[in-house]
Each structure stands twice: as structure tokens, then as C-alpha cells.
Design a protein. Structure first.
Length: 261
């Protein structure tokens, strides 16, 4: 199992997940050229990918999907309403439409989609079940619902949003209307809100926690790492914390194979 945030932030998001012989991207918000460059830093090319999963239609998550899918003949898995909200996506030869809440196979993997709260037409998060365990992905959500917490139980790897520090956002230069959007039920999770979600889903098998979609103005990597480390410690865990960045790919989490007795 290998997981890496190729890019994370308001200017482009993409996550690589490699497990059970399948390599997929969750979102592709970078240009095709930049996606290729970041893949190259971890020894891959677009031809090594097997699929793209889409969370929602905002440009920082879908800007590179069409060119990437056409160039490398990749299937794109996307919610029906989200696809309808992207009239300029262009022709995708292998378009796999689903409805939020659907489960579906992808190679040797089982993918589960679940609804999230964000200012998009029908945003989703994902869990990926494999022989090496479960990976959970939930970013761009303004509210941690019981559904989200239930879906993210017993993950070996978690990718969670940690968008902003409440005080930094309050004191920052953003217009009042934008601050209100970020704080809303359809905005983004703060460090504190995301930690509350983490407390609900902590379990002893959690090996790695990725912090995603950090605001470059309203958050600080060291601050986020500190509060999440404290939460993990309070849960009795020493999981690895990896912070996604806008400017470069994150460190990759690489797991040891699960030993079956």
C-alpha cells in the first residue's frame, strides 16, 4: 500500500492511492503537465494509473481530469449529478457514473462512496477496501456527519481535511462573506472540527493520518500537526502524520504487507 497527496490546497488537489495492484487518483485538479511532473517524483507516469475517482465539481479538484483521462485512456468514476455539473469536461471514453452512496468494484478493490456537506451539487467521500486494509478519504466538508464518521471507521490510512485554524481565519484578511462560507455547514472543516471527527473514529489499527486542504493563509502546518498529534496521543495512538502541501507532493505512506496467519 502506498498513499501520497500529489497536491492539496485551494489551487489544486490530487491523491494517489496504490494498493492490490491498482493505482488510482482521487481528483485531478492539477494541469496534465504538473500531474505528470508530480507523479515522476514518486516514480510513476500517467500510463501507470488505472482510474480517476472524483469527489465534486470544483475546478481545484477536476481541472486536469479531461486531458489526463483522454491522454492515458483512464476510466473516470463520477457521481451523476457531479458529471452533469461539468458540461465542459469533454468526451471521456470510459465514464463510470454512480450515485452518492453506491459501492462498486475497481480492479481488486471495493470502493464505497458517501455523501458529504460542501457547496457542490452532490459531493462525496470514499473508502477503499483492499486485502491490505481500508483507506478513508474525506475532504471539502463543512460538517462532520454521523454518516461520515460511520464510513471512516477502522481505516488503516485516513485522509482528512484540516482547512483552517479558527482564530487565524477570524483575524485574517479574507472578506467577511468568504469567512462565513468557510465556517458554514457547506464550507471546510477547521483543525478543531476535524480533530473531533478523528476522536470519533480513532482505532488501534490507524497507521497514517494525512492532513489535507490546509489553507496557506488561515492555517499553519506546525500548528495543525500539534493539535492532531495531541488528539492521537489522547486516543492512545502514535500514527504517522503527513501534511499535504500545495507546492509539492507529500511524503508517501508505504505500508508493510498485512501478514495473514
Amino acid at each position: 500500500m502506498r498513499v501520497c497527496l500529489l497536491a492539496s490546497g485551494s489551487r489544486g488537489n490530487s491523491t494517489l492511492i496504490e494498493v492490490d495492484g491498482c493505482r488510482l487518483l482521487i481528483d485531478a485538479g492539477l494541469s496534465g503537465i504538473e500531474t505528470a511532473r508530480r507523479l515522476s517524483t514518486i516514480g510513476l507516469t500517467g500510463d501507470d494509473l488505472d482510474a480517476i475517482l472524483v469527489t465534486h465539481e470544483h475546478h481545484d479538484h477536476v481541472g486536469g481530469i479531461g486531458p489526463l483521462a483522454r491522454r492515458h485512456n483512464l476510466p473516470v468514476y463520477i457521481d451523476r449529478q457531479t458529471h452533469a455539473a461539468l458540461p465542459k469536461l469533454g468526451n471521456i471514453a470510459d465514464l463510470q457514473l454512480f450515485t452518492a452512496g453506491d459501492d462498486f468494484p475497481l480492479g481488486n478493490l471495493q470502493i464505497a462512496s458517501f455523501s458529504t456537506t460542501h457547496d457542490a451539487v452532490n459531493p462525496v467521500g470514499f473508502t477503499i477496501q483492499s486485502s491490505e486494509g481500508k483507506i478513508g478519504f474525506a475532504t471539502d466538508l463543512g460538517l462532520s456527519t454521523r454518516l461520515v464518521a460511520n464510513q471512516l471507521q477502522e481505516c488503516r490510512v485516513l485522509i482528512l481535511e484540516a482547512n483552517h485554524d479558527e482564530q487565524l481565519l477570524q483575524d485574517g484578511s479574507y472578506p467577511w462573506e468568504l469567512k462565513q462560507r468557510i465556517r458554514s455547514r457547506h464550507g471546510h472543516l477547521s483543525n478543531t472540527e476535524s480533530c473531533s471527527l478523528l476522536e470519533d473514529i480513532c482505532w488501534t489499527g490507524l497507521e497514517a493520518l494525512f492532513l489535507a486542504h490546509l489553507s496557506e493563509e488561515n492555517n499553519c502546518p506546525d500548528l495543525a500537526a500539534e493539535i492532531f498529534r495531541k488528539t492521537l496521543t489522547n486516543c492512545g495512538l502514535s500514527s504517522e502524520i503527513i501534511i499535504g502541501r500545495q507546492s509539492q507532493a507529500s511524503f508517501c505512506f508505504v505500508s508493510h504487507p498485512v501478514m495473514v496467519s
